[in-house]
Write a protein that binds this ligand. Structure first.
Ligand SMILES: CC(=O)N[C@H]1[C@@H](OP(=O)(O)OP(=O)(O)OC[C@H]2O[C@@H](n3ccc(=O)[nH]c3=O)[C@H](O)[C@@H]2O)O[C@H](CO)[C@@H](O)[C@@H]1O[C@H](C)C(=O)N[C@@H](C)C(=O)N[C@H](CCC(=O)O)C(=O)O
Ligand SMILES: Nc1ncnc2c1ncn2[C@@H]1O[C@H](COP(=O)(O)OP(=O)(O)OP(=O)(O)O)[C@@H](O)[C@H]1O
Length: 488
């Protein structure tokens, strides 16, 4: 695209690509000087020109301008980036049905359900914590919500691959840092808001204000799908200029789940909508997943897919890796791997574990808490686990440059009654939990979900994955089966 098509009175330079990171700049790129928390993009102007950038978008004065390079001074680099990223890739979000999901917990689950079910009607892609995926393409995730350039580029690639819709996870960081400003959302879904990310947002009020942006920026003919059971429902509803549709379990929502039966391998409930009753059977378990499912059902139904056609598919949903993932190798106790890493997530998973563990049997949990992230939640994790568990094994979870033992001690400060030990090595901790389980017990391995890396002081190190380790330990140490450790 020519620079003159982007800005009035700009020279006719051909722009090959857009870039916000000097380390990734290519010849003929346009570089946007973003001011971040650590660096100021203006620092890298010379470097990017040396690498072949032909246009610099900036706010601060630039000394030593160079011939053959266009300098575009703007009021706000991020706003310009968002407008141009969408334009450069041909406004792809306007041509796709875009489902945006935000909330503290449940984003990956709700988007995965939408991608899974909606794909039976029209090809649907996914962008989020787990991956970027569409058609046969599965790419590793960048961030939960990537930067504006990657989002619009990916949406264009999805269009080229004949996708008609996309389910996009929208994190509070993504909203606060303006990564989705020019995404044309059709449906905005809210799961819940509880304590998280206060290291970044400072206060829960700021955190709410960030989440709210998805709804205040929603186009008037869009649909906001809101959780009526959540404490922030009323405030969010007031902030919406688009049509609001509600879902819930406790309140009389537009899509209401009731008479809910939760089992170990599936659940059932009655869906009440528009004066009609629909019996629903799903392979999802845990009460919070019924809420996630209702959100996804409401979003798809409001997009024009009849409920009668959606519901048959919710009993064979693809397992979302590491989210309430049941590990069953034929052992006589429950093993669940889950991504719970917020107080509310932990509480909900323990509630479910309690509901499936008969009186007289134990809940054994293995978890830690991430280094250099939201340190206040550590003690709270201890307090929650203390209320539900018979045994707690504290271990490493993305320690970064903190000592996992110190993190464990902070968690320990919330544990008053329950037996607990610290085993630094996560593999050894999982093995210990599995070897100590008796018939009828429930082992919960929490915090890392499907992640196959561990953040240490030097960066990411490969991690075998909680689900693989759990499966291996059950086979090897409980069932006495041969298990190829190479496969881990
Ligand atoms: C807190 C946060 O979100 N930080 C994001 C932010 O970083 P920053 O402000 O520190 O950027 P910076 O390093 O100061 O750099 C400023 C600018 O200079 C550029 N730069 C920097 C260095 C250099 O050598 N050359 C260069 O051009 C950078 O590309 C950037 O454009 O802008 C960067 C560029 O877009 C992001 O990569 C970075 O995400 C970091 C990696 C991150 O870990 N973010 C996490 C916390 C995040 O966003 N998480 C949410 C989900 C959270 C959840 O729900 O769990 C997500 O959506 O993934
Ligand atoms: N509706 C919900 N209410 C409370 N907790 C939930 C809910 N849905 C999921 N969880 C918990 O949160 C964990 C993460 O779920 P999920 O990945 O769907 O959320 P997320 O919002 O995408 O989180 P992240 O962005 O950190 O990946 C689950 O493993 C579960 O423990």
């Amino acid at each position: 695209m020519k620079l003159s098509q982007m800005f009035d009175n700009a020279p006719d330079i051909e722009i090959g690509g857009l870039c916000i990171d000097s380390r990734k700049v290519k010849k003929n790129d346009m570089y946007f000087c973003m001011e971040g928390m650590v660096h100021d993009g203006h620092e890298f102007i010379d470097e990017v020109i040396d690498k072949g950038a032909v246009c610099i978008v900036h706010t601060k004065p630039v000394e030593n301008t160079r011939k053959g390079v266009a300098y575009i001074k703007v009021e706000n680099v991020n706003n310009t980036l968002n407008i141009l990223a969408s334009k450069f890739y041909g406004y792809p979000s306007r041509k796709l049905k875009v489902f945006g999901v935000t909330g503290t917990n449940g984003k990956s689950t709700i988007t995965s359900i939408i991608k899974d079910v909606y794909s039976h009607f029209e090809p649907c892609g996914y962008i989020g914590t787990i991956s970027i995926s569409y058609g046969d393409v599965v790419l590793p995730p960048s961030l939960t919500t990537p930067d504006a350039i990657l989002i619009h580029k990916t949406l264009k690639d999805m269009l080229d691959a004949k996708m008609k819709a996309v389910a996009l996870e929208v994190s509070s960081h993504g909203l606060e840092l303006g990564r989705v400003q020019s995404v044309d959302f059709d449906v905005a879904i809210f799961s819940n808001l509880t304590y998280d990310h206060l290291d970044f947002h400072g206060t829960i009020e700021n955190y709410f204000e960030a989440k709210k942006k998805l709804f205040t920026n929603l186009k008037p003919d869009g649909v906001a799908v809101l959780n009526m059971d959540d404490a922030y429902f009323e405030r969010l509803k007031e902030a919406c200029s688009a049509r609001v549709v509600t879902y819930g379990i406790e309140k009389d929502a537009d899509y209401r789940g009731s008479e809910i039966q939760i089992g170990t391998d599936g659940s059932s409930f009655i869906l009440y909508h528009d004066g009609k009753e629909y019996p629903v059977r799903t392979n999802l378990v845990a009460m919070y997943n019924i809420s996630n499912l209702l959100a996804a059902i409401a979003a798809m139904a409001e997009s024009g897919i009849p409920l009668e056609e959606i519901l048959p598919y919710v009993n064979s949903l693809t397992q979302v890796d590491g989210r309430m993932e049941r590990i069953d190798e034929g052992q006589l106790f429950n093993v669940i791997v889950d991504f719970a890493h917020t107080p509310d997530g932990l509480e909900k998973v323990f509630e479910y574990a309690k509901s499936i563990t008969e009186e007289g049997h134990a809940i054994i949990s293995v978890f830690g808490s991430a280094g250099k992230r939201d340190t206040k939640k550590r003690k709270v994790f201890g307090e929650i686990a203390d209320r539900y568990c018979e045994s707690i094994i504290l271990t490493e979870d993305d320690p970064r440059d903190e000592d996992p033992r110190d993190i464990a001690n902070e968690i320990k400060s919330g544990i008053e009654h329950t037996n607990n030990i610290f085993i630094e090595d996560r593999y050894a901790a999982i093995r210990q939990a599995i070897e100590s389980a008796n018939v009828g017990d429930t082992v919960l391995i929490l915090g890392k979900g499907d992640e196959v890396f561990m953040y240490r002081e030097f960066g990411r190190e490969p991690w075998m994955g909680d689900n693989h380790v759990a499966r291996h330990c059950i086979r090897k140490y409980c069932l006495g089966l041969e298990d190829d450790e190479e496969k881990l």
